[in-house]
Ligand binder design. Structure first.
Ligand code: ZN
Length: 139
């Protein structure tokens, strides 16, 4: 009688230990899957002037005005001007005084649109040599 009870106790302990080990393993797997992604978060890189760049987080709310290859405080419509807007993970050319305004018509850059846009991850203002590139997480 005594022996049987002890045996069943021992078996129950093993089941308990096994369950705890399984749950711990599951927790490790879940933590692994939920781990933060490495690398930089998504962002926009603005190329302007001759070889200058400005990197802005896609989640910043910001208007960048570039006139004649320099970043300036506000748009005046003079010179060669581009107004880039960044908001809620998107960037777009809000205004530009280039001849055909193609960069404005190129629409919005975001994680989804880059998959289908003709220019992919780029907004290009060729006449003003102002370009915006979307870079996703880790890129
Ligand atoms: Zn343009």
């Amino acid at each position: 009688m005594e022996q049987i009870t002890t045996g069943s106790h021992r078996r129950r302990n093993w089941v308990l230990t096994g369950t705890i080990i399984l749950l711990a393993a599951l927790a490790v797997v879940i933590l692994f899957l939920l781990r933060p992604k490495t690398g930089m978060p998504d962002r926009f890189v603005i190329y302007y002037g001759d070889g200058k760049t400005l990197t802005v987080s896609a989640w910043e709310t910001r208007t960048v005005v570039i006139r004649d290859g320099e970043i300036v405080e506000e748009a005046t419509g003079e010179g060669e001007e581009n107004v880039i807007r960044i908001e809620n993970g998107e960037a777009w050319m809000e205004h530009a005084n280039c001849r055909h305004g193609e960069c404005v018509e190129q629409g919005r850059l975001n994680a989804e649109s880059v998959k289908t846009r003709p220019l992919g991850t780029w907004i290009i203002c060729a006449p003003h040599r102002v370009n915006v590139e979307y870079r996703g997480i880790g890129q």
